[in-house]
Design a protein around this ligand. Structure first.
Ligand code: ASP
Ligand code: MG
Length: 421
């Protein structure tokens, strides 16, 4: 049996017909190397955004079922055009959508999870020597309803196919040439990483680097699928491998730096120090499906016997959160709710932190020497995050990049395409 390669191309890689021809070249290359090839594609360019906009121009509340019906059409266009491009070059190719394959999902419109994938149709086509072109992002429920996996979900389709068919490789082609130590637009000396672990990639993704859908990284980790993020415009570049930490050689404490500019900080001020207060605050937010990120409860003020409870969340949720909290004012007897949107979360991430003390102090010292005030701190096993003023973001990232010696000497030239943001 030949090796099986799954290739995934995002929207920018198939943005127009010329780019689709370019993708066909990349696919043919793998086929000519003797591999069986499955190609997963996203909708062309900004098609999905455009479809969303049309629906929103009709009503603010389109039904999720019809949204899935609408959004799933984007990928239908790209699979057919790519199959046509491959056929026109003399290669046998077939495009298949989620219904034809049997990519089954739960019954949840616009954010469904894949439950299982039928192998029979794909295997039949591969055995007949065909290149199989699969529509990313879409699925079908047991009742035959069309679903989508959530924005950016084509990555998940690719990883799920690679897992279920036991692919030898899963290459995610995109408009950046890999995963960087920091956003190269902010830090021109940022270096491309040869490899990164699933865990680090997840921390970076959650901290704002948007190269891969976080759920695709989780799925790759769960099924041990080695991913490669690479550029669809530089086919000879190796990109960045994403793999299990056990397979990596770790020689640095810090792998990369991420920034999240979309957070808001909320402080519930002077809450009486008694049991149950934090529980009430956070269960009220959870009930509205608002997830919080960093949390600090200050050491109780002995004189007044009160605490401040501060936390961060996505700024989109802050308006609702403030309303909910204000409605609890009488019950909880706090003085006021404060909100701050001019903040950024800067995180250093590295599997090499485990068992290496002193990383946090090094980070805090570097920020202090640059006169950057830290407003909040949070840590996980492989991440240290500091909340700073938004205006300090750029300075903070550059200083930390230097402090942890992440540059490889190369200078990144920004050429229009969006690197990790
Ligand atoms: N076309 C979908 C989107 O724009 C899925 C994807 O690009 O992965 O969200
Ligand atoms: Mg995408």
């Amino acid at each position: 049996m030949n090796n099986l390669v799954v290739q995934k191309f995002g929207g920018t890689s198939v943005a127009d017909v010329d780019k689709i021809k370019n993708v066909a070249d990349a696919v043919i290359r793998e086929k000519r190397n003797g591999n069986n090839v499955i190609v997963v594609v996203s909708a062309m360019g900004h098609t999905t955004d455009y479809l969303v906009k049309m629906a929103k121009d009709i009503t603010d509340t389109p039904s999720p079922r019809e949204m899935d019906m609408l959004l799933s059409t984007g990928e239908g266009i790209s699979i057919a055009l790519l199959a046509i491009a491959l056929q026109s070059r003399g290669y046998d190719a077939v495009s298949l959508n989620a219904m034809q394959i049997g990519i089954h999902t739960e019954d949840k419109h616009m954010k469904a999870r894949i439950t299982d994938i039928e192998k029979a149709r794909i295997e039949k086509e591969l055995n007949a020597g065909k290149i199989v072109v699969v529509a990313g992002f879409q699925g079908v429920t047991q009742d035959g309803e069309i679903t989508t996996l959530g924005r950016g979900g084509s990555d998940i389709t690719a990883v799920a196919l690679a897992a279920i068919l036991n692919a030898d490789r899963c290459d995610i082609y995109t408009d950046v040439d890999g995963v960087y130590t920091a956003d190269p637009r902010i830090v021109p000396t940022a270096a491309k990483l040869d490899e990164i672990s699933y865990e680090e990639m997840l921390e970076l993704a959650q901290a704002g680097a948007n190269v891969l859908h976080p759920r695709s990284v989780e799925a790759a980790k769960a099924h041990n699928v080695v991913l490669r993020v690479r550029s669809s415009f530089k086919l000879n570049d190796k990109g960045t491998l994403i793999l299990g930490v056990d397979k990596m050689e770790i020689n640095k404490a810090v792998t990369g730096i991420a920034v999240d500019l979309s957070q808001a900080r909320i402080v519930v001020c002077s809450v009486p120090d008694r049991p149950g207060t934090a529980a009430k605050v956070f269960s009220a937010l959870a009930k509205e499906n608002i997830s919080v990120d960093m949390i600090i409860q200050s050491y109780a003020n002995k004189e007044h016997n009160t605490n401040d409870i501060a936390f961060t969340m996505n700024s989109d949720d802050a308006g609702v959160a403030i309303e909910i909290l204000r409605s609890l004012k009488d019950e909880l007897e706090f003085s006021e709710v404060e909100a701050n949107f001019d903040i950024a979360k800067v995180s250093v991430v590295g599997a090499g932190m485990i068992g290496r003390p002193g990383i946090a102090s090094k980070m805090f010292k570097a920020l202090a020497e640059a006169d950057i005030n830290i407003k909040m701190i949070a840590t996980s096993e492989i991440k240290i995050s500091c909340l700073v003023d938004k205006s300090d973001t750029q300075k903070a990232i550059r200083i930390l990049h230097d402090t942890f010696e992440l540059s490889d000497g190369s200078i990144f030239e920004v050429t229009g395409g969006l690197p990790i943001s």
